[in-house]
Write a protein that binds this ligand. Structure first.
Ligand SMILES: *Cc1c(COP(=O)(O)O)cnc(C)c1O
Length: 400
């Protein structure tokens, strides 16, 4: 059995709780509450009911027969997290954490967001539960993601623009943590990926592992077997951890696709595993992109959901132990994969998910026709249409 996290919240040397002293008690309270509720059948039933009745689970498993035939190799199956309410896997976690917050007697949530995807999921969950929701967002991101900012406001959330640093996700996260330190009595901090101090990476994993559990069972029903490979894109790493978890103890090969942006030999990338070094970010020991003085280097990717300068500590461990292979995929490779899937399958994926598709397509070509690749299609591309139009029709980069 896979033993992580251990009792102090570590995955090998990674993870832990690198936070101000004042946050140690709130983190312990969350851990205690979650440990109790995790095995409580009533909590579990409530969570499952929300996912099924509100978000539309179980999500489909689609055999991408036309693109598989076109590539001439392995069979490609897509786990359709894009079909969730709000358009991605993020809602699985937002609903789970808000239910946890409610059980803990909290009435207000704080969230950080980069592109706005997690902010929208958190605002959605807060509206459904009648919670007050404050979303911290870098002012740079507020400017370039105006649609999602307005969407959060329509859902009743307050969006706080953060002006410190570069005005992006890392600054929004720092500000959310600062605010939480002052307001942890009645506020619950709803983190959007498998990042942050323990127990967050663990809690988010537990709320996302339904992706892999469902897919494994669905594939067993149609193919009677396990996939040969599972591929997922990695930002903070929640959809990847969610789909990998069910296969960690199997022989299945696991591949994470991180964003190489303009190329990992340029300054414009978000390839944390390929180019990162050990350090502490947002309360957790992991790999991050930093300069020689320990200052975070602003990451870049055409997909707003992948440009986080760190990576979840469990991924750092899975990389170091060799259980998961991490590959980098450029903007151009992701866009090509997005176009191929759209044209052959009638599915417009999120640019984030297209990073996983690019790797899967490349590998499928060299595999036998009886082999199977399972891809986590983490989200739908509707949110990216404006970016795509600018890049493909006008030759403009909107994101930087
Ligand atoms: C946020 C997001 C991601 C990246 O987050 P992870 O925690 O790495 O899963 C990937 N895909 C979509 C569609 C997203 O919205």
């Amino acid at each position: 059995m896979y033993p992580y996290p251990n009792e102090i919240g570590r995955y090998g040397e990674f993870g832990g709780k690198f936070v101000p002293e004042t946050l140690m008690r709130p983190l312990e309270e969350i851990e205690t509450a979650f440990t109790e509720l995790k095995n409580d059948p009533v909590f579990h039933a409530e969570y499952k009911k929300l996912l099924f009745d509100y978000s539309g689970r179980p999500t489909a498993l689609t055999f991408a027969d036309r693109v598989s035939e076109y590539l001439g190799g392995a069979k490609i199956y897509l786990k359709r997290e894009d079909l969730n309410h709000t358009g991605s896997h993020k809602i699985n976690n937002a609903l789970g954490q808000i239910l946890l917050a409610k059980k803990m007697g909290k009435t207000k949530i704080i969230a950080e967001t980069g592109a706005g995807q997690h902010g929208v999921a958190a605002a959605t969950a807060a509206a459904k539960f009648g919670f007050k929701c404050t979303v911290f967002m870098g002012e740079e991101d507020v400017a370039r993601q105006s649609l999602n900012v307005f969407r959060m406001k329509l859902l009743g959330a307050e969006v706080v623009p953060v002006t410190s640093g570069n005005g992006t996700l890392k600054d929004a996260t720092n500000e959310a943590i600062r605010y939480w330190v002052q307001h942890c009595e009645d506020h619950f901090y709803l983190i959007g990926s498998v990042v942050g101090p323990h127990p967050y990476p663990y809690i988010v994993r537990e709320f996302q592992k339904i992706i892999g559990e469902e897919a494994k069972e669905q594939l067993r029903r149609v193919e009677g077997t396990l996939p040969d490979k599972v591929v997922a894109c990695v930002g903070g790493g929640s959809n990847a951890i969610g789909i990998f978890q069910a296969f960690l103890d199997e022989d299945t090969e696991l591949i994470g696709a991180e964003a190489a942006g303009k190329g990992i030999d340029t300054p414009l990338h978000a390839a944390t595993i390929a180019k990162g070094t050990l350090g502490v970010i947002h309360g957790s020991m992991t790999y991050l992109i930093q300069d020689e003085y320990g200052q975070i280097i602003e990451p870049y990717s055409i997909s707003a959901g992948l440009d986080y300068p760190g990576i979840g500590p469990e991924h750092a461990y899975l990389h170091k132990s060799g259980r998961v292979t991490y590959e980098s995929v450029t903007d151009d490779e992701a866009i090509a994969a997005l176009r191929l899937l759209s044209e052959t399958e009638g599915i417009l994926p999120a640019i984030e998910s297209a990073h996983a598709l690019a790797k899967a397509f490349e590998m499928a070509k060299d595999m036998d026709k009886d082999k199977i690749i399972l891809v986590s299609l983490s989200g739908r591309g509707d949110k990216d249409v404006h970016t795509l139009m600018n890049v493909l029709e006008n030759g403009v980069e909107t994101h930087v």
